[in-house]
Design a protein around this ligand. Structure first.
Ligand code: FAD
Ligand code: UDP
Length: 381
């Protein structure tokens, strides 16, 4: 008989939630993690008393009451609401997402009717240009943005940012990337449409620590360094690493976009007055600057800190050795992934593939938790 019911590879949100739920049901779990800390990409590093989002800014948001109650039962959340500001190529500041504040700043329009008229005029232009080219549906991100929001917003707030983030021209990117950004005719700078939003008071590590309470975790342990042994210690494997690596790159490597963070401690209490400031000009090499203490404005003493910590984010082409952050949604990668999915289906009795890397999907945090909870509600139960 194996020593454990589950070997869980990876201590990110998927692995940690799985470990908690399985342990609560009396299962014996072992979590192995190749990094020297648990938590995957939501891990925070404390610098000058401030919780620094080491792998990129994370804002928890969801409309699922079940997920919101679950995380709040583990650690209290604050009332942080994400309201990014953009510095545009014209040197001016604009509110995001695209809403009445943005339209006032851009066009001086004061009512929803005036903004609508302006949007309609610009969308008409874009639709006519598409008709002349003989197309009815936006074929790429550029056409999608122009028909959704018009030329002015596209040129000032979208084009440069998107080309930096993805390292390709907007005309060569899929339309869906931009569809998730809200367009609102209200004075509402909340980046998300979800019912619930916040940051764990005291930082994300508290959430991870609660999830892993009473669970055996081995850090600095890479599954692939001793695969046979690790596979032998448990009846089933929960794998949250890269699926192509699990299958020895048999059908080729999956691509990612990576991000490089330049983090700096500044001798001042408040650098930019907001947690997130985007730089939408192609001339500025970074995409955004995160000032971490603003995530903790509510329910924490971090504001008394005379210092602040910022991170500049540079989007980067991924290569082996860099952090694989965003899956690349193009045809080649989708086709390769389909082969791995087929193998995963064959192995379903032995291995559960879950989370961002194993499913090669851009998952927010809440859906990852929801998936695990649903799994325990249905199959495993
Ligand atoms: P991960 O966090 O990647 O965890 C996987 C773990 O497995 C890692 O710790 C890794 O080291 C470990 N591992 C991998 N291979 C091995 C191996 N061979 N052996 C041992 N261990 C291994 N979501 C939101 O809801 N809001 C946000 O604002 C938000 N912002 C984001 C910003 C960025 C830059 C990124 C990249 C993601 C963001 N997300 C956000 C998404 C969020 O990070 C994910 O939903 C979540 O972290 C997924 O958890 P996971 O367990 O699937 O993956
Ligand atoms: N986007 C943009 N300008 C901005 C912010 C976002 O054009 O100031 C576009 C960009 O194409 C990006 C997409 O909207 O890829 C989704 O943005 P979001 O902030 O949701 O992406 P994330 O950084 O969370 O992946």
């Amino acid at each position: 008989m194996s020593k454990y019911d589950y070997l869980i590879v990876g201590s990110g949100l998927y692995g940690a939630t799985f470990a908690r739920e399985a342990t609560l049901r009396g299962k014996r779990c072992l979590v192995i993690e190749k990094r020297s800390h648990p938590g995957g990409n939501i891990y925070c590093e404390e610098i000058a008393g401030i919780n620094v989002h080491k792998y990129g800014a994370h804002i928890f948001h969801t409309s699922s009451r079940k997920v919101w109650d679950y995380v709040n039962s583990l650690v209290p959340f604050n009332r942080y609401t994400n309201c990014p500001v953009a510095v545009a190529p014209d040197g001016r500041l604009y509110n995001l997402p695209f809403n009445m504040n943005t339209f006032y700043q851009m066009w001086g329009v004061k009512t929803p009717a005036e903004a609508q008229a302006k949007l309609d005029e610009q969308r008409r232009e874009a639709l006519e240009a598409m008709r002349e080219a003989g197309v009815t549906e936006p074929r790429n991100l550029e056409e999608q943005a122009l028909t959704l929001i018009g030329r002015d917003v596209y040129k000032l707030l979208i084009e440069g940012y998107t080309e930096k983030q993805w390292g390709r021209r907007c005309a060569d990117l899929p339309a869906f990337i931009i569809r998730r950004l809200p367009v609102r005719l209200t004075f509402d700078n909340n980046y998300f449409n979800d019912l619930y939003q916040g940051i764990p008071i005291g930082g994300y590590n508290r959430l991870i620590d609660r999830l892993l309470e009473g669970v055996e975790v081995r850090l600095d342990t890479d599954f692939f360094d001793n695969r046979e042994y690790w596979e032998s210690v448990a009846d089933r494997v929960v794998f949250t690493g890269r699926i192509d690596e699990f299958y020895g790159f048999r059908y080729g490597r999956l691509d990612y976009r990576s991000v490089r963070f330049e983090t700096e401690t500044l001798q001042e209490p408040n650098y930019q007055g907001n947690a997130v400031v985007n730089y939408t000009s192609a001339e500025v090499p970074y995409t955004r600057v995160i000032e971490h203490k603003h995530f903790e404005r509510f329910g924490s003493e971090v504001y008394d800190n005379p210092l602040t910590v910022i991170s500049r984010e540079y989007s980067a082409e991924w290569s082996e050795g860099k952090e694989p952050f965003y899956p690349v949604n193009d045809e080649r990668n989708q086709a390769v992934m389909e082969h791995y999915r087929e193998l995963a289906r064959e192995d379903a009795g032995r291995v559960i593939f879950g989370g961002r890397l194993a499913e090669y999907k851009y998952y927010d945090m809440a859906p990852v938790i929801e998936q695990v909870l649903n799994l325990f509600d249905s199959e495993i139960a």
